[in-house]
Design a binder for this molecule. Sequence first.
Ligand SMILES: Cc1cc2nc3c(=O)[nH]c(=O)nc-3n(C[C@H](O)[C@H](O)[C@H](O)COP(=O)(O)OP(=O)(O)OC[C@H]3O[C@@H](n4cnc5c(N)ncnc54)[C@H](O)[C@@H]3O)c2cc1C
Length: 417
Amino acid sequence: MESPTPASARIGIIGAGPGGLTCARILQRHGIAVTVYDRDPDADSRNQGGSLDLHDDDGQLALREAGLLEEFFELARFDGQEMRHLDPAGNLLSHHVPDEGETTKPEIDRGQLRDLLLRSLAAGTVQWGRTLESVSETGHGPRTLTFTDGTNAETDLVIGADGAFSRVRSAVSPATPRYTGVSFLEAHFDDMESAHPELSELVGRGSAHAADGERGLFAQRNSGGHMRVYIMQRVPMDWIGAQGLSSDDTEGIRAHLLDAYASWSPRTLRMITDNDGPYVDRPILALPVPHTWEHAPGVALLGDAAHLMPPLGVGVNLAMLDASELALALVNSATVEDAVRAYEKTMLPRSAEIAQMLEGGAEHMLAVPDPERLCRGSCARGSFALPPPAFPGQAAGIEVLLEGRGASGAVGVASCA
Ligand SMILES: Cc1cc2nc3c(=O)[nH]c(=O)nc-3n(C[C@H](O)[C@H](O)[C@H](O)COP(=O)(O)OP(=O)(O)OC[C@H]3O[C@@H](n4cnc5c(N)ncnc54)[C@H](O)[C@@H]3O)c2cc1C
């Protein structure tokens, strides 16, 4: 069966996350019709989570293609580019203070980014409350989408932007995410300046990271005086239940954490004890590496659906870069199949290479920061310090990826304590 032209095709995107919405926006800018389906009941039904740094060489490039870069800069927190590495006592190991006018990786709340993208779409583009159950098997042509409410939709191209537990993925690959061995526990802080002045002083305006080899803390400022701390531990996935606790037992979890972090100073322990409200359990999962598949007609994957990796600050940027490249491939190709093949030719090897570099990266978040190495570069991008390369070429790749892809010599200019 002949593949349709992108302009005449019925294109359905599953997932109104940063990847799916960026793809929809760029397609619409070029006059290509698209429908987005998301399982959330509406745009405001769920707290969208923490702060994201959009890099000038991927996430920001996608926003430029979407015509939204200037609006992003109006919302972005440039002082959020500040990065501190601390020891467990709270002493400063390295400190990156962003230069005046630095735009390498400004921060934005995930909710603000979603709103920015949603506002840019034609009315009715997103159908809320539509949870995809399955995509029909076919050797060619149109795919039938089946939703959990029993409804169906026909598409010439279904784009899986439905995140870690993608339902679209099974149309091209049997892979499922696996637990990395590291779990995050999210702690929330409100009204930082008046309610948590000591923590505000310790963390600064952006992010702060500390680790002792077994466990770590990563604090991240959000807008509106909020802060999130990720309490990072090497534990079994069901560690809360294994301790005889439940995830809503805030006092019980706090007591357990104080025991686990007993050697840390009271100053840094405030990140564990002084939170407002309950902890949120976030086990870290990743897809097998490399994750790749044979091209299948009528299906494309992007973002976490294609290449879920440990959260080392690249996930949203890669999702948006994928989205931009897939949309532009559709704009510039004669048929849908030509476009998806061209997109996969670039996206699959790129994500396989990056996933290989970040494999085991969840563990590295617990590694003691090396001041020597931090001063040579990591602090310039505010990233986690990674250990020496495991194979030739790895270090260059990681440094390019995490410390300044395309960021003209930004590495090494940070002020290090
Ligand atoms: C704790 C944590 C911190 C992170 N911090 C960062 C960071 O600082 N920087 C960074 O770059 N990345 C970070 N990441 C990774 C980042 O969140 C993801 O890589 C990014 O959100 C992927 O975007 P996406 O559009 O592919 O998927 P998602 O953002 O997961 O969006 C998927 C969308 O699909 C919808 N959906 C899912 N299933 C269905 C279904 N069956 N039917 C219909 N709709 C469905 C969901 O409702 C959602 O709206 C972090 C991840 C974690 C876990």
